[in-house]
Design a protein around this ligand. Structure first.
Ligand SMILES: Nc1ncnc2c1ncn2[C@@H]1O[C@H](COP(=O)(O)OP(=O)(O)OP(=O)(O)O)[C@@H](O)[C@H]1O
Ligand SMILES: [Mg+2]
Length: 363
C-alpha cells in the first residue's frame, strides 16, 4: 500500500481492500419553500479503480445531484448525509477548502453543455494550461507541451493550432473533446461525465464515448457516466446503476442487466432506446405518467403509480434492494420480471393489447 499527500488530504491507496470510491446510504435534501426536496435518498454504490459505472434514469431522477453530491459540488443549502469514501478516506464532511485539492487532481467532471462550460472569450490553449500552472505548478512551456499532448490524447487534429482558437471556432464534438482534455489535465482517478453527448449527433456521440473509454484504459481511471439513455451505457460501461425518484432501484454488471433486468422501470427505459431499424423520426416510447414529487414521494415503491405491473403491496410497502442470481445484481421490486406475479400480469396486459407492454422488446 502506498500513500500520497493531495493538499492537506491524506489519500491512502487501500484499493486491495476497498474499491476506489464507496458511497454508502448517501442522501441529499434541499430545503425549499414547498418543503424538503429529497433529490437523493439513501443511495449506496461503489466503483473500483479503472472500472466504469453508468448511472441511468429519467430526467429528474437525481443523477446529477448524486454525482455532484459525491464530488461535494452542491449549493450551500444542500443537506448531505451518509458516507463517501474515496481511496480509503471519508470525504463527505471535508470542508470545501480541503475538497478543492481533490477537484481536478483526483475527481474531475465533464458537463453536458461544453459551450456553457468553456469560457467563450478565452483561447482554448489558455483554458487548458491555466489549471496545469495553478494545480501542478507547471511553467509556461511545460504546460503548453502538456496541453498539446492532451488534445492529441482526445484525438483533436492539428492540436498545436487549436491552442490559438476560441471555442466558437470549434464544432460541438471538438468542444466536448476539449472539455474532456481539461478534465483529464491534472490526471484524475475518477472522471464524472454528466450527459457528455446529449447535444451531439449519434456518430459524434459514439466517438466521444470511445475517447472517454480509451482514456479510462490508458490511465487506469474510473469513469462514472451519467445518462438518461440505457443505449449509451450498453457498450461503454462495466456496471449500471438505475435511478428513480432519488433512489437507486437496480444495479448490476452491464451484461447481467441487459440479459436479466428485474425492474419494470428498467424495462421501460429499455423501450425508450432508439433502435437502428426504426424509420427516422419514429417517436420513442416514453413512460406514461409523471416522475414522483420528491417533496411528497408516494408510499411504497416510488414507481408503483406508473407501473403496469403494480399490485396492492407495491403501493403500501417500500421494496428493499434484493440480490438476484448474480450476487452483484440488486433490485428493489416486489414482483420483478420473471416472477409468477409479473408473468401472469404480463400475459393479461398483452392479451389486452396494453401499449405499456412492448410486444417486440427483447429483454
Ligand atoms: N438546488 C436545488 N434545489 C431544489 N431542488 C433541486 C436542486 N437541484 C436539483 N433539484 C431537484 O432534484 C431532483 C433531481 O435533479 P437532477 O438534476 O439530479 O436530475 P437528473 O436525473 O440529473 O435529470 P436530467 O436527466 O434532466 O439531467 C429534481 O427534482 C430537481 O428539481
Ligand atoms: Mg442531470
Amino acid at each position: 500500500m502506498t500513500s500520497r499527500e493531495t493538499g492537506s488530504v491524506q489519500i491512502s491507496r487501500a484499493e486491495a481492500t476497498e474499491p476506489l470510491l464507496v458511497v454508502d446510504n448517501l442522501s441529499t435534501h434541499f430545503p425549499t419553500e414547498r418543503g424538503v426536496v429529497r433529490a437523493v435518498d439513501g443511495v449506496s454504490l461503489s466503483i473500483k479503480r479503472g472500472e466504469s459505472l453508468g448511472i441511468v434514469g429519467e430526467s429528474g431522477s437525481g443523477k446529477t445531484v448524486l454525482s455532484r453530491s459525491i464530488m461535494g459540488l452542491l449549493p450551500a443549502a444542500a443537506i448531505r448525509s451518509g458516507s463517501v469514501r474515496f481511496a480509503g478516506t471519508e470525504i463527505l464532511d471535508l470542508p470545501a477548502k480541503r475538497m478543492r485539492h481533490l477537484w481536478g487532481a483526483e475527481m474531475a467532471m465533464v458537463f453536458q453543455n461544453p459551450l456553457n462550460s468553456l469560457n467563450p472569450l478565452m483561447k482554448i490553449g489558455k483554458q487548458i494550461t491555466e489549471p496545469l500552472k495553478l494545480h501542478l505548478n507547471m511553467n509556461r512551456s511545460h504546460a503548453k507541451a502538456t496541453a498539446v499532448r492532451l488534445l492529441k490524447d482526445v484525438h483533436i487534429p492539428e492540436a498545436e493550432q487549436r491552442l490559438n482558437q476560441y471555442p466558437h471556432e470549434l464544432s460541438g464534438g471538438m468542444r466536448q473533446r476539449v472539455m474532456i482534455a481539461i478534465a483529464l489535465a491534472c490526471g484524475p482517478t475518477v472522471l464524472f461525465a454528466d450527459e457528455p453527448t446529449t447535444a451531439l449527433d449519434v456518430t459524434v456521440q459514439s466517438q466521444i464515448l470511445d475517447v472517454i473509454n480509451e482514456q479510462r484504459t490508458d490511465r487506469n481511471m474510473s469513469v462514472i457516466l451519467v445518462t438518461h439513455d440505457l443505449g449509451v451505457v450498453a457498450g461503454h460501461t462495466d456496471h449500471v446503476a438505475v435511478m428513480y425518484g432519488g433512489k437507486l432501484v437496480e444495479r448490476a454488471p452491464t451484461r447481467t442487466l441487459f440479459a436479466n433486468m428485474k425492474m419494470p422501470y428498467t424495462k421501460s427505459l429499455m423501450r425508450s432506446i432508439p433502435k437502428l431499424d426504426n424509420p427516422s423520426h419514429t417517436r420513442l416510447a416514453t413512460i406514461p405518467g409523471r416522475p414522483p414529487d420528491l417533496v411528497n414521494p408516494p408510499d411504497g415503491c416510488r414507481f408503483a403509480p406508473r407501473c403496469a405491473y403494480a399490485q396492492d403491496r407495491c403501493h403500501d410497502e417500500e421494496p428493499p434492494l434484493a440480490v438476484a442470481d448474480d450476487p452483484d445484481h440488486y433490485y428493489a421490486c416486489w414482483y420483478p420480471v420473471g416472477s409468477p406475479e409479473f408473468e401472469a400480469r404480463d400475459a393479461e396486459l398483452r392479451a389486452a393489447g396494453d401499449p405499456r407492454v412492448d410486444a417486440g422488446a427483447t429483454i
